[in-house]
Design a protein. Sequence first.
Length: 388
Amino acid sequence: MASTISCDVAIVGAGLAGGMIALALKAKHPALDVRLIDAAPMVGGNHLWSFFGSDVAAGARWIVAPLVVHAWQGYDVRFPAHARTIDETYFSIESERLDREVRRVLPADALMLGQKVSGASPTAVVLANGDRIEAKGVIDARGPGDLSLLDLAWQKFVGRELVLKAPHDSPTPIVMDATVPQIDGYRFIYCLPLADDRMFVEDTYYSDTPDLDVETLTTRVHDYAEARGWAVAQAARVESGVLPVAMGGDFEAYWRSGGAHVAKAGMRAGMFHPTTGYSLPDAVRTASMLAGLSDFSGAKLHDTTHAMARATWKSRGFYRMLDTMLFRASEPEERYRILERFYRLSPALIGRFYAGRSTMTDKARVLTGKPPVPIARAVRAIAGSMRP
């Protein structure tokens, strides 16, 4: 027989955004009855999220601090004509740590995993088994809405955690190694030294299509390790994904596609960096903002998250313009030249770019100098993206 559960806030989707919101709400409002609902058996799934120290504002670091598993000072980038080490803090969060922290903070009955959701409204969640959760307010943090409403390219990847037979020779992360053959758009290898004898290696592409051949990319991960002289003793978990890179689209239509009047967070709210597709910095900002509220009604949660997402989308037109130049004005095998030029700029500018906080001076600096794409083609690409 179906039952009804009452609570203060119901969060649908126990991924990065939903998990962080639950942690932040319980930290700032211990008496708040929060329910976290997901069809999966674990919080966060199977993911490794990384971020730069400058991605998270000082006032919100308390949200991510308990989740950090790995930390480094400095990271490397490598291109055919340019390589450097950038003195910036870099951190990684593993989904296992997020799951453990959420279970530690939330009461057992607040974590409703293995529960498929058939519908959500501003004040109720209906489960596939017929049970109903009635809340003062609902936040939908499940995956993306209708991505066909956005003009997108894709960042896609396959990563493998490798246990090595001997210590490796790379003590700092390699955020981009673009010295590899350029295939299917802009290709680079991403490496995280998780321990002296463990390396996470990810084969990444800025591609025109979301098609992902996991088997082929996994083979390329092992080929890269072999070329680096890293003898693999054991291959551990595989992580793969396809992230949207936004060049344009109808934000309001996208918002409505995920439920017109329901509060949203994460990818469902369109809260991701247009160029990288990463959502962690926005997830932290959203969690921090929601933790500062005192009214958790469905209407208030919707209006607040919608206003934040709409303002964020509006402020990031510069990044969408750059994405248009990257994908529409340069040949796929030449895209690396844009990133190679970008990584010659100052570390502070690079940090603000990834955090989505580029200043007007930053934007002018990115666009000045000898362009790495034909000017006429860039103008045509940008003009085309502005048409209805």
